[in-house]
Each structure stands twice: as structure tokens, then as C-alpha cells.
Design a binder for this molecule. Structure first.
Ligand SMILES: Cc1ncc(COP(=O)(O)O)c(C=O)c1O
Length: 409
């Protein structure tokens, strides 16, 4: 039979080929995976049983016959969490359930970005946010960070410089509460200063609270930016880090004129309903206990990773101090370009996220890298960091064998 090559029919701008998945290496420090030992399997089994017995018949209808904003029980849970934990006045009607918070980022970009627009993103940030904004045609400007997050003085300098050029950015994208990758928490005075600048310059804030549920036990977070200035802030969050990324559950909250457009963008027939029912059932009864257990387990793993880095790298590594979450962000000496370590590390069974992929200005983060400590066991963390140090020494001469004193920022 005659055939033809279907790939010759692809549209201009069709996605590039994805690599075939070849499995994860033994020491996997990349991405935002969770701790397999802290998935509440028995609780989820019980929640699935109760939810399906009670409401399973509704699966016969698209969106469980509850409209495109998502399962009402989950929206009620999210509204309660936003109100009581983040200071955001919200009801179930103010919440849209999304298929992961990444879908929320897509909707906001679709709503706000035209090719050629400018957006402001923290200088080190979630690669998915930087890449999606660029893919939408935006020019991305990085906002300088220190150990507390965005510096309002630097933001003001950038906003006024852009105003002088007649440019009004479409949004300030920020992860104020457990920043990705640094793990910082923006203090209340800075939150107030940033919403004041947003109002003065007419630039919406796009607040991403993907990790805000995962705080160390002695850490408190100030109210969300949306709590301080609801009309100026679009807020998104996720169940990927508080429960499980494979569920694909996220949410968005914004004033109705914005939320209504985001709902219109959700043309996928609805987020998986069993996922929504199970998460709602489990978290309505067990959120506090689960988050407490999960955060304590993650905090303990962070300590294992910090010890391993101090032992293996000594003074050659500067680490940030995450106040929660699943990541440790760090810097090797300026002479090290971590991009040269990716392939040899992988050959030694170690995967890590190179800083340049987590930065608006890739070269400025050439010596930075991010390690996720949630997925590996404590033994894997120790062995993986030791293997990484061996590779780093072979390729760059760093750490030198005498490095044995901890230095951190
Ligand atoms: C800051 C931030 N936002 C959004 C996401 C997307 O997560 P998901 O789509 O799983 O909710 C991630 C994933 O790591 C993230 O780090």
C-alpha cells in the first residue's frame, strides 16, 4: 500500500519532538516530586470509598453536573483554606479547579499576554513560568531577589524605568510564600510595598502559592498578596506538593471579571472528577494532620541534605535556607558552570536542576543549582550528594579534597 509521511503535514509551530521517557536515574533530585513514604494511601483508599459511595452516581455527568468551576466539595475546601490560612475572603464561587496549577498559568497568560508584551518574574523562578511566558511571546524581565524575596526598591526602579519607556508590564509573577527555587518567604512589609507599587503603576500581580502549605513547624507566613489587595491579584495554588503531583489538581482565585474569563478558557471538559472527590474527602477531614506530618518529614530530609552537602562540598557550596517546601537552592564557586556537570552527573546516576534553567538570565545563574530532597530516601540523599561531589571534583577540581568547613547564607 502506498503511504506518505504524516510528519510532512505538521503545522508551522507544531511542538518539537518529545524524548522517549527512559526512566529516572538512581539519585533523582530533579523536578517537584513528593515523598512516596508520605502519600497517605490508607486515608486515600478510605476517602475514595466514602466519596464514591455518596456521590459516585454523579460521574455519569460532565463536571458532575456542578458546572465548569469544579467539584463543589473541593472548591469549598479550597475557599476555607484560602480564608483561614491565607487571609483571602473566598467562597466556593470564587474558586476554579484546574488540572494542576500549570493550567492556571496557561490561562492567565492566555488572558493577559499578547506577543511583544513585557512581564516581570523573580530573577530565579519556576522554569515552567518563565518558559510559558516566553512561549506566549512575552519579554521577561527578572526581579532582583535577596534572602527575603523580591526587593521592593529594585521593583520600583524597574517599574519607573519601564514607565519612562512607555511600557506597562502585564504582570508581576511572584511565588511569595516558599519561593521556587530559593524557599524564601516575603515579609509583610514587602508584601505591602509590592501591592502599593502594583497599584501605583497599574501592574497586576500574579501570585503562585504552589508550596505555601509546606512550612517548617516554627515558621509562619504573612497573608497572601491577594488578601492585601484582592482586585489587583490573581492567585493560584496546587495540590501537587501538599498531596501528590500525579493527581493533577490545582486551583485559581480571582475577582469575577478575571475568573469568568479563566473559566471560559477551560475547554477540557473538566478536571478529573474522582481526583477532585478523593482530595476533597481526604483533606476536609485530615488536612492539618497530613500537612504537619508531611512538613516534618520534608524538614528532616532537608537536614540530611544539608549535612551531606556540608560533608561533601564544605566551603565550596553556599546554600540558601528554605523555610519550607521541597527544594534546596545553592551556588558553587563562580568558576563552575553547572551546565558542564549535567551529562557526567547523569552518567554517574545523578540528576539535578541546573540553575540557568531556573533563572530569567541563564548566565547569571551558571553556578547555581537546585536539588529536590522530597523524593529520595535519606540514604539516597547521602549517596547521591557524594556521587555528585565526585563528578564535580573530576570535572572542575571543586570541591577540593580539603574542603570541610560549612559556609552558608
Ligand atoms: C511555582 C510552581 N508553580 C506551578 C507549578 C505547577 O505545578 P502543578 O501543575 O503540578 O500544580 C510548579 C511545579 O513544580 C511550581 O513549582
Amino acid at each position: 500500500m502506498d503511504g506518505f509521511d504524516i510528519t510532512t503535514r505538521f503545522a508551522a509551530g507544531a511542538p518539537a519532538e518529545a524524548p522517549r521517557f527512559g526512566g529516572f536515574p538512581p539519585y533523582n533530585f530533579i523536578g517537584g516530586h513528593n515523598d512516596p513514604a508520605l502519600i497517605p494511601i490508607d486515608g486515600l483508599i478510605a476517602a475514595a470509598g466514602s466519596a464514591l459511595r455518596r456521590e459516585g452516581a454523579k460521574l455519569a455527568m460532565y463536571n458532575l453536573s456542578q458546572g465548569p468551576q469544579g467539584f463543589r466539595g473541593l472548591r469549598e475546601f479550597v475557599a476555607g483554606k484560602l480564608t483561614h490560612r491565607r487571609g483571602i475572603a473566598a467562597t466556593a464561587d470564587d474558586v476554579l479547579i484546574t488540572s494542576g496549577s500549570g493550567q492556571g498559568i496557561d490561562f492567565v497568560n492566555r488572558l493577559l499576554i499578547s506577543p511583544g508584551d513585557t512581564v516581570l518574574i523573580e530573577a530565579f523562578s519556576y522554569a515552567g513560568a518563565i518558559n510559558r511566558a516566553r512561549a506566549a511571546g512575552a519579554q521577561v524581565i527578572g526581579l532582583p531577589l535577596d534572602e527575603d524575596g523580591i526587593r521592593p526598591d529594585a521593583l520600583e526602579t524597574i517599574l519607573s524605568g519601564l514607565r519612562d519607556k512607555g511600557v506597562t508590564p502585564k504582570y508581576i509573577y511572584t511565588i511569595p510564600t516558599i519561593q521556587n527555587p530559593t524557599g524564601s518567604i516575603l515579609p509583610l512589609e514587602r508584601r505591602r510595598a509590592i501591592v502599593a507599587l502594583s497599584a501605583r503603576y497599574g501592574v497586576p500581580i500574579f501570585e503562585d502559592e504552589c508550596y505555601a502549605d509546606l512550612l517548617w513547624h516554627d515558621v509562619d507566613a504573612p497573608p497572601a498578596l491577594r488578601a492585601l489587595a484582592p482586585a489587583q491579584v490573581i492567585h493560584i495554588g496546587s495540590f501537587s506538593k501538599s498531596l501528590a503531583p500525579a493527581l493533577r489538581l490545582g486551583y485559581a482565585s480571582a475577582d469575577w471579571p478575571v475568573l469568568a474569563r479563566m473559566i471560559a478558557a477551560k475547554t477540557d471538559g473538566g478536571t478529573g472528577a474522582i481526583d477532585q472527590m478523593v482530595a476533597a474527602e481526604y483533606f476536609t477531614h485530615h488536612f492539618g494532620a497530613h500537612i504537619g506530618r508531611l512538613s516534618a518529614g520534608l524538614h528532616a530530609k532537608l537536614a540530611v541534605m544539608q549535612d551531606a552537602l556540608a560533608r561533601e562540598f564544605g566551603t565550596a557550596v553556599e546554600t540558601w535556607h528554605p523555610r519550607g517546601g521541597i527544594f534546596l537552592w545553592m551556588k558553587l564557586p563562580d568558576t563552575v558552570d553547572v551546565r558542564a556537570l549535567v551529562a557526567p552527573a547523569l552518567a554517574a546516576g545523578v540528576a539535578f536542576n541546573p540553575g540557568p534553567e531556573w533563572a530569567v538570565d541563564a548566565d547569571a545563574a551558571r553556578s547555581h543549582l537546585r536539588l529536590c530532597f522530597a523524593l529520595p530516601t535519606a540514604d539516597e540523599i547521602r549517596a547521591g550528594v557524594a556521587a555528585f561531589a565526585r563528578v564535580c571534583r573530576e570535572v572542575t577540581g571543586i570541591p577540593s579534597r580539603s574542603a570541610n568547613v560549612t559556609h552558608s547564607r
